[in-house]
Design a protein around this ligand. Structure first.
Ligand SMILES: [Zn+2]
Ligand SMILES: [Zn+2]
Length: 336
């Protein structure tokens, strides 16, 4: 096996135009007890990577390798691991480790663990030819999908799936989706498969076309009212100005879930216009492993259409720049 590999690291965080990502050669990492070494086959690009590169999220590890939607082949298994073998296809996601002992972990909310660690933030991730990950947080993946279509499921898919659950959509209900990138286009398909009527509200015209192709009932501009009141809405765009717009679009008793890890400031809300009649505003924080397993089980049972734009690994900086400039439809995926 190779001793060194290509990897991208975040130097000094800053605007993507200042090129915060650097391509470097590094030693191939060695798995320790409880870890898998994975040869990366596909690594999807998440908006969180952009937030890290640009400094919206504070760095937690100097020169970290981003990337937390990773599909690859297990090439080495550290000691003390029973359920993984060399040659398995593994998925590595954002949630990397939790304490297992705190009040949140014990009640099934490991996503809220104060000692949780994250791939591509606290530890090096998948913008590289190889990566290591704790086996207990890696996913076995469904058949019937190529690697590059599975990668976006591992954050975009999982977080959207949790946001949909927290949005509390009644059976057969009307769901509004604000912003239509990688996560939203997967979540829309899950909701439609569950019987929802989906209205997409987003600024980019190609994204509106994709939404209609995937079965959305309507696709309009982000700040326009949907054609009917919404029982639930999910805000995927990192745009706080959309919060009052989306709350005003809710029917009585409706819930707005904010899916992103970072949101620009929310303007002042008016109680009568935005919250009264028992409307709920809530955030979504990462995910549990159970969320991941449920989304992957859904993907095994319902073939999701995953819109992918491929980039070679050595063009990771271009993929992030395209995401920053809204030039992407669906998910960007790096392949070595
Ligand atoms: Zn992500
Ligand atoms: Zn914990």
């Amino acid at each position: 096996m190779a001793e060194t590999m290509l990897a991208w690291e975040i130097g000094r965080p800053g605007p993507i135009t200042s090129h915060p990502l650097h391509a470097v050669r590094r030693p191939v990492p060695t798995p320790v007890a409880g870890e898998l070494l994975v040869r990366v086959a596909a690594s999807a690009v998440c908006r969180t990577d952009l937030h890290l590169a640009e400094g919206d999220l504070p760095p937690r590890r100097p020169r970290v390798v981003p990337g937390h939607e990773v599909v690859g082949e297990v090439v080495a298994v550290g000691p003390e691991i029973a359920n993984w073998r060399v040659g398995d296809r593994a998925g590595i996601a954002w949630l990397r480790d939790t304490c297992g002992r705190c009040r949140y972990c014990r009640r099934g909310s490991e996503n809220l663990c104060p000692r949780s660690r994250y791939t591509g933030w606290d530890a090096d991730g998948g913008y590289a030819e190889y990566t290591v990950a704790p086996a207990a947080y890696a996913y076995h993946l469904p058949d019937g999908y190529p690697d590059e279509e599975l990668a976006p499921l591992l954050c975009a898919g999982i977080i959207g799936f949790r946001a949909l659950r927290l949005a509390d959509l009644p059976a057969g209900g009307r769901l509004g989706i604000y912003g239509f990138g990688a996560s939203a286009h997967l979540t829309a398909q899950v909701a439609i498969a569950q019987g929802a009527t989906v209205h997409v509200l987003t600024r980019a015209e190609p994204a509106r076309r994709l939404a209609l192709q995937l079965g959305a009932a309507s696709a309009g501009a982000a700040f326009d009212p949907p054609p009917e009141p919404l029982d639930a809405a999910i805000l995927f765009a990192p745009v706080g100005e959309l919060v009052p717009t989306a709350l005003a679009a809710l029917d009585r008793g409706g819930t707005l879930a904010v899916a992103g890890i970072h949101l620009s400031d929310i303007p002042a809300l008016t109680y009568q216009e935005h919250l009264f009649q028992e409307r709920t505003l809530r955030s979504v924080t990462a995910n549990t492993r159970a969320d991941g397993q449920e989304l992957l089980a859904h993907a095994a049972a319902h073939r999701l259409r995953v819109a992918v734009t491929r980039y070679p690994l050595d063009a990771a900086d271009r993929a992030l720049a395209d995401l920053a400039a809204d030039r992407l439809n669906g998910a960007a995926v790096l392949t070595p």
